[in-house]
Design a protein around this ligand. Sequence first.
Ligand code: ADP
Length: 843
Amino acid sequence: MSNSKQTERATPGSCETLLHILEALPGALFVIDGTEKIVYANASAQAMPGATPEALVGNSFWRGAPHLVNTTLYQAVRKARQTQEPTEVEYISPVTQNWLHVQLVPTAGGLVLHFHEKRALTRRQETSSPDEHLAADVLENMYVGVGFLTPEGILLDINEAPLADAQVRREEVIGQPFAQTPWWTFYPASQDQLRAAITRASRGETVRFETLVHPREGMDLHLEATITPHRDVDHHVEYLVYVGTDITARKRAEGEIRALIDAIPQLVWTGRPDGYVDFYNQRWRDYTGLSTEEVEGEGWMQCTYPEDRQRVLETWQRAVQTGRPYEAEQRLRHGTTGEYRWFLMQATPYTDAQGTILKYVGTCTDIHDKKQAEDEIRVLANAIPQIVWMMRPDGSCEYCNQRWRDYTNMTSEQSQGDGWLQAIHPDDQQRVLERWQRAVQTGRPYEAEQRLRHGTTREYRWFLVRGVPHRDDQGTILKWFGTATDIEEQKLTEEALRQSQERASVLMNSNIIGIFVDEGDRIVAANDTFLRMTGYTQEDLREGRMNWLHMTPPDYLDRTLEAHQELASKQSITPYEKEYVCKDGSRLPVLVGGVILQHHPSQAIGFVLDNTARKELEQRKDDFISMASHELRNPLATLKLQTILLHRQLARQGTLAPALSSMQTQINTLTRLVEDLLDVSKIQAGRLGYVQETVDLDALLREIVDTMQQTHPSHRILMRGAVQTNLLGDRDRLEQVFTNLISNAIKYSPGAETVEMDLSTSPESATIRVRDHGLGIPRELRDKIFDRFYRVTDPKQMAIPGLGMGLYIVSEIIKGHGGTITVDSDVGKGSTFTVTLPLKRDA
Ligand code: ADP
């Protein structure tokens, strides 16, 4: 027997007797070596169904005796080899369905396995535990394929379902490398997948993969395969458990869905509940130029703009963890152009009846143009020299432009949400927030004045903040756009205006000054004081019965019109004295000033001070002067006459006393003063009359100079030129004029030696200039010195006696002769008085 030969060759002890015994043993007996190869198989073993004697000796036990192979046996072999202790197991033959009892006895370098077949079914029922039954039933009836593999991938056991699929018997595949069984051999790629999975699983990893198998002609199955390592007590991988679930239907359904999704002209993807993205549709693949395999899982990051990666990944993971919909904006690279475009990524989970998330379905909407438009708006907003902001529909801040950031020194992030409130004045915050919330709730435009803090100076300025909602076609608010305008200046101006209005109203209502507004001749507004002064009523005013032209007496008309001309040319009137005719016809002396209203050039404001009291006082003074001078004149005349008589009498007696001449001089001075006072009174009363006679001006002036020279030897009075013509006038009054001017020239030039008088003439007039080299008169006082009783108050001038009447009388007399008098002067250098008298006067 061929196998006897083999046995002889292989058996350690070539003992004929032992061999006979072994051959004669009931049941199959195998001896295997350390590599689990069969070194001996007795006759019963060779007679076992499915065993081919040639295939037994020298082959792997697991491959040579598939009709005996079972996981229980595999475990027992392992155990016996490890422990080197004899052991026994029982199990049902995968081929004959009979119970097998196996005794395992370790030998040096090998193992003896002795099988006894037990046909009695009762035995099986007796010995198998209910659990085993159940496990066997479950396994056999399971739709899934379950198998046990050695760590090397040899199939130890497999359930019925896959066998049925492949239409093979168990013994045909048991003991075969699993990858070479009919399911796997058709698709080399699947085979590779399985081999790789076995290698990984044998290192202790649980491996899951989806694959395609081909159990028989005309049958393809999509499987979800899991290979789990089973460890022994020492944590060594003992065997592998393979589970293959048929997912063909699911795959087909998915395939259909994917085909459908592929047809969608939008970028669509699906993700597993754990966040693993498992599918991208055609549009997506076309856009990114990447296959689903390339971007599976987190592979989509590679076409995501680097700056966006972290943010979107976090958002996606958060969505997956919380089971909430996902939404994020991100840039995706175009596969061909390499350009990035903005997309809005949205994904919603869909769940089963129990609410368990089965899948995420996501879309990507191209929002590039919208984003760009937004960017453009932002660029524009940044260029605007005004604060610009954007708020979300919920009222939180989305964007503030550069101007805001510059002003507040806040970053975009700090201003986000409700961060912007930090820049608002604490006193305004509550009000602003309430108003803003009201606007957000009602959707009505927002407007408020509020103070904003300057980031650097920490000072607050007033801003007018406005916001308007931007809505879609359905009227839903998409965004709020707003501005903030610095109104600090305006606020200050408003405050200043308010104060000025308050002042104006105080002034208007004061009872000191009368105020009216006129337009043309008509008085259109007036305060109570003006009405009280003039006796008119508000009604008169309303009815237009107040007219300044009518209220001006004829003798003041010229002066008033002159004042109005000044108003027109200079926009204001230098206050002047006049009188108004009151409503009852009485006259009211007033001091009037006025200005033109800048924004109403047709209107002017008049300021009126009641001058009655002053005028009365002046009148009393004038009356007194007139009275006093009259009263003084007569006794003075008597005194003067008596001294003359006395002088003559003493002269005749030849006993002239010097004291008398001195007395006469004083009396003359006094007389001249009284005369001046009388003249002033007369001028005031308009009673200074002039005699009309022909006057030889040259002769008159010569005479005056001679006389003055005699009485004033301190100065040399030089007379130059000549008028060479007569004029019509009052000789005495003209004498008074030039005497006065020369007298002043001498008086106010104490240190000088000369006084010059220059005469000249023209066809129309004679001009006489009286020049001195004395104290001079300040420019601003040159008109004032012709006023009644006016004297320059400079100490040097005040030291020189005088009453301020001379020049007043002089100018009145010259005026009375139709002439003019002016003065030209340099302080400290001297003055020149120029008198011009018309040669022919109108009668
Ligand atoms: P008085 O009697 O004070 O001289 P006048 O009417 O003659 O009065 O002159 C008025 C004022 O004009 C004087 O007080 C003096 O201050 C000034 N004044 C007049 N003439 C001269 C002059 N020639 N030089 C300087 N000041 C003069």
